[in-house]
Design a protein around this ligand. Structure first.
Ligand code: ZN
Length: 58
């Protein structure tokens, strides 16, 4: 099994658009995915599904 090569895969956060908390982290391959990620995810602070957008991980 080949180990994952580093390069264009970067770690990103998914930030809730309602409370602006970063609830999730995920990885994204910049070469394959140029558009900003936008996902409906459950926010436990809002206690409902909200739109989460890509944000930088600090
Ligand atoms: Zn939220």
């Amino acid at each position: 099994m080949a180990k994952s090569k580093k390069g264009s895969v970067e770690l990103i956060a998914l930030q809730c658009t309602e409370c602006n908390r970063r609830n999730y982290t995920t990885k994204k391959n910049r070469r394959n995915t140029q558009a900003k990620l936008e996902l409906m995810k459950y926010c436990r602070f809002d206690r409902k599904h909200t739109l989460h957008k890509e944000a930088k991980v600090k």
